[in-house]
Ligand binder design. Structure first.
Ligand SMILES: Cc1cc2nc3c(=O)[nH]c(=O)nc-3n(C[C@H](O)[C@H](O)[C@H](O)COP(=O)(O)OP(=O)(O)OC[C@H]3O[C@@H](n4cnc5c(N)ncnc54)[C@H](O)[C@@H]3O)c2cc1C
Length: 535
């Protein structure tokens, strides 16, 4: 690990901020092309999401044979996942394996947070860290993560709470002891849905505060099927290639039939078969769940029925039934989430839009009632997609700050570059498929595009690349235009639109459809980086 000498500014071709899967691959790829690269990471280890989110039950919801790097055939052949959906410790072990195997650590500075970035001489960036170290680089790659700035809502009285406070996105490294404890958990999104069944097994009592119910599909997780693994590994490259042509870059077996084309018995039988398979492929049960509200309703009704079948107390079951459009907020994948509400030690408190009244010294006051806890868990998600970027004071041309530029919502070109901020690239940022794709595939595609772009500049003796304002405007128009043809424009409040953060501009951030996105990026590069000013 390199340290930075405060008295002597270090200079690199590229600085990468963040050492999750994006930053690690960016380092490997760019270093391999002969660029000098430095990675700066706030945590004291690699892995990003999987370094911070150590809560019980944390695991991926994309099959591990797909939620893994494909850039190295040797790596993907030698690594074996123990389960269909690997747990967090194993994904973190994988990240560490990759760091060792490709000798990444020597160019990563850990425990260092970048606090500001200023453009100088119109094409070089000066980065300052929390300890006032300074780094200069020609190019910056922001691998800061789209689900990395965790969010604790500003509850009144939070500072007065005397018990233990935890956030799923910043979970301690040591094992948390829930034995004989009264535990409260605020939030019922993906992380809560993974954690609740396991915490309920340990705690004396678990009280779940739900504002908006989530749809969740059982994972039916299991040990890796070795025969299936072998069959994939005989031609892993082809498996990856065909997955990258799917909408979310996932092997989700899309059914090309409309949900409305079938009689209800037949349709429900099909939903049941998807439910039995488990996981996110439920969304691909029919070809119009994501685009037609009537079709979507048939899927939602099916899940409501399952919830009523699983949860014995029908009043609780009804509260657990989401009233939203299925998939409009992130679809969750669980192991025994709904069934956990049949336990005597688990209570659901549906706080609805009124939310939590306040936090007290003892616990939570909601609906006028005080609930006392030994441990209070915030499963309140992230300031998604823009939070980690805007946490850094980034100043581009004419001292324009990114916070100012994005005050009405993020604007960029290809989800990769921002006009006014030359030589700066964002990985899986807003305007790219990002959280609505298999993210490791999205990360690799971004890193490879950036690497080709930097090689192009070097080969052509160019120093500077910047998105044109007109290209940016038409890109935003395209991203919004695509979203308008889907259920995402049906007005639901989700973190995809920034709705979980008070005051955050509401704008649908991801680009929908990985294959068309990748094609557009490729065609821009083939046309000599159309939409960019290069000098
Ligand atoms: C619980 C959970 C489960 C998930 N499961 C899946 C899944 O199954 N499939 C899927 O496709 N995606 C999943 N995701 C999304 C996941 O975030 C991505 O798959 C992927 O890990 C993102 O990698 P990244 O490197 O882009 O960002 P991260 O992994 O978020 O890494 C960003 C890194 O940047 C660092 N950083 C941020 N700001 C600074 C700064 N100012 N200075 C220095 N360092 C900084 C952070 O400390 C962090 O380590 C999940 C996310 C969560 C939270």
């Amino acid at each position: 690990m390199l340290g930075l000498d405060k008295n002597k500014m270090q200079k690199f071709d590229v600085v990468v901020v963040g050492a999750g899967f994006a930053g690690m691959y960016a380092l490997h790829k760019l270093r391999g092309l002969g660029f000098t690269v430095k990675v700066v990471e706030a945590g004291d280890g690699v892995g990003g999401t999987w370094f911070w989110n150590r809560y019980p039950g944390a695991r991926c919801d994309v099959h591990s044979l797909e939620y893994s790097y494909q850039f190295s055939e040797e790596l993907q052949q030698e690594w074996s996942w123990s389960e269909k959906y690997a747990p967090q410790p194993e994904i973190l072990e994988y990240a560490n394996h990759v760091a060792d195997r490709f000798d990444l650590r020597r160019d990563i500075q850990f425990s260092t947070r970048v606090t500001s970035m200023v453009l100088q001489e119109s094409s070089r960036w000066i980065l300052t860290t929390h300890s006032e170290e300074v780094i200069e680089a020609q190019f910056c790659v922001m691998a800061t993560g789209c689900l990395s700035k965790f969010n604790i809502p500003k509850f009144e009285g939070l500072e007065s709470y005397a018990g233990e406070v935890l956030h799923t996105g910043d979970w301690p490294k040591h094992e948390v002891d829930f034995e004989d404890k009264d535990v409260g958990i605020i939030g019922t999104g993906s992380s809560a849905i993974q954690a609740i069944p396991l915490i309920a097994e340990k705690a004396k009592s678990l009280t779940v505060f739900q504002r908006t119910a989530s749809y969740s599909i059982p994972a039916h997780n299991s040990a890796t099927d070795k025969e299936y693994e072998e069959s994939i590994k005989t031609d892993y490259a082809e498996f990856r290639r065909s997955n990258s042509l799917r909408y979310a870059a996932l092997n989700n077996n899309p059914n090309p039939v409309s949900a409305l084309a079938l009689e209800s018995d037949e349709r429900d039988a099909y939903y049941q078969s998807r439910w039995n398979d488990g996981g996110l492929s439920f969304l691909a049960s029919f070809n119009d769940i994501g685009s037609n509200l009537e079709a979507n309703k048939t899927a939602a009704t099916f899940v409501h029925r399952k919830i009523h079948d699983i949860v014995k107390n029908q009043a609780v079951a009804e509260l657990l039934c989401p009233k939203t459009v299925l998939g409009c907020k992130r679809l969750c994948v669980d192991t025994n989430y709904y069934g956990t509400f049949n336990r005597d030690n688990v209570t659901l408190v549906d706080i609805g839009e009124a939310g939590i009244d306040k936090i007290s010294e003892q616990g939570v006051i909601a609906k006028g009632e005080e609930f006392s806890f030994d441990t209070l868990i915030f499963a309140t998600g992230f300031d998604a997609m823009t939070g980690a970027l805007l946490d850094i004071d980034i100043r581009g041309s004419n001292d324009l700050s990114l916070r100012e530029k994005w005050q009405d919502g993020p604007k960029n070109y290809l989800g990769l570059t921002i006009s006014g901020f030359p030589n700066l690239f964002t990985i899986t940022g807003p305007g790219s498929p990002s959280v609505l794709a298999n993210m490791i595939v999205a990360i690799e595609q971004h890193v490879e595009w950036i690497a080709s772009c930097l090689s192009y500049l070097r080969d052509n003796s160019k120093q500077r690349i910047e998105a044109e304002v007109t290209a940016e405007e038409s890109w935003i128009g395209l991203v919004n235009g695509i979203a308008e043809t889907t259920i995402y424009s049906s007005g639901c409040n989700s973190w995809y639109t920034g709705a979980n953060i008070p005051g955050k501009p509401r704008i649908f951030m991801p680009y929908l459809g990985f294959p068309s996105y990748a094609e557009k990026c490729e065609s821009v590069a083939e046309q000599g980086y159309s939409g960019f000013k290069i000098s």
